[in-house]
Design a protein around this ligand. Structure first.
Ligand code: IMP
Ligand code: MG
Length: 181
């Protein structure tokens, strides 16, 4: 029987599995950086726990910045339109940038962010996503670093929400099949 949380939710990835995978991703990112500096850009709010853990698994001179976008309403259907509601604090021109996201789903959010970040001419622009749902893709975009590739499930916990709830669950849990309509 699958493990469940105190709320009776089915666990997809436990905190231990997440920690092990995040450590591996950190090692790979550290290696690819070759001793250079890094700007980590978190996509609020879902990526906050992942960014906090990933940053501590990367051995480099790193700074943080955050953006916020609106694409989904209260955990419901995507409008398809992505809007920047909080911009970067600092310029990323000439910097090594790592965009940190919780889930790469349709790809609308990261395609939009990649486009506006590239306009600032960073030295490098890479994407790290904890989860990838390739079957849901509408835009052609892949992450450079993927924690786990998953089927079309709606997941919550470790930053991810349903109507703003469950972000603080330490494990990644299954809310139900597919994206809620
Ligand atoms: P995309 O623009 O469709 O790639 O959307 C990415 C965003 O949708 C993620 O950053 C999440 O905020 C949200 N999202 C997509 N799938 C899920 C899910 O299974 N659980 C919670 N949020 C999700
Ligand atoms: Mg998100």
């Amino acid at each position: 029987m699958a493990a469940t949380t105190y709320q009776g939710l089915e666990v997809l990835y436990s905190r231990q599995q997440i920690a092990e995978r995040v450590a591996e991703m950190g090692t790979q990112i550290t290696r690819d950086l070759n001793g250079e500096r890094l700007v980590m850009i978190g996509v609020l709010k879902g990526a906050a726990p992942f960014l906090a853990d990933l940053a501590r698994a990367i051995q480099a001179d790193a700074t943080f910045d955050f953006v916020a976008v609106s694409s989904y309403g209260k955990g419901q259907r995507s409008s398809g339109a992505v809007k920047l509601i909080k911009d970067l604090d600092e310029s990323i021109e000439g910097k090594n940038v790592l965009v940190v996201e919780d889930i790469l789903d349709t790809g609308l959010t990261l395609s939009y962010l990649r486009k506006i970040f590239l306009q600032q001419h960073p030295k490098t622009l890479r994407i790290a996503t904890l989860l990838d749902k390739p079957s849901r893709r509408l835009e052609k975009i892949e992450a450079d670093y993927v924690g786990f590739s998953i089927p079309n499930l709606f997941v919550i916990g470790y930053g991810m929400d349903y109507a703003e709830r469950y972000r603080n669950l330490p494990d990644i849990c299954i809310m139900g099949p597919g994206h809620p309509e």
